[in-house]
Design a protein around this ligand. Sequence first.
Ligand SMILES: [Zn+2]
Length: 181
Amino acid sequence: MIAAIRLRGKGKGAEGNGALKLADLLDDAVLVRARTLAKIMEAASKAAGAGSLEFWHELGEEAGEGMASLLIAKMKTKRARIVKFLLGEARSAGWGKITYCGRRFGGIDGTLRIEDSPLLRIDPTGGACQLYRGYVEGFLKKIRGSGAVSCSESSCVRKGSPFCELVIEKGRESWLRSVIT
Ligand SMILES: [Zn+2]
């Protein structure tokens, strides 16, 4: 409620309001250490067995879609501003420094670089990378409103890179639809 009042009070949406924080918009945020989360992920990965990476990818996708839905409903501002807001909040929320570099003006295609993420650095399973990948796909799919978004990892801290980088592309499904209709 406080967040909603602040948003309306400024009349310009979240971006123009430096006081708005992600925590203001969430009513169920939990603060947990990355090492604890990594241990939980390791145990869950063992339980999921061979399908563990897909398990984390799907879980991330669901979480990303859920976050986008929540921010769309609560922020009531332009979708591009919501993306910018979440990217800006990621670091203080402990998810790392996330930089988006778009390839085309107004498009969703581009690359997303994730640096200084404690979870990515210590996760022994590779599940965290899949969690991020799914999250970005789910989040952007919801933000875009229609059609799939796919991400592939072009650099990874697990392969010696100083960051993980995702290449974001509009899914083939939406491309087909745009040709047909
Ligand atoms: Zn990675």
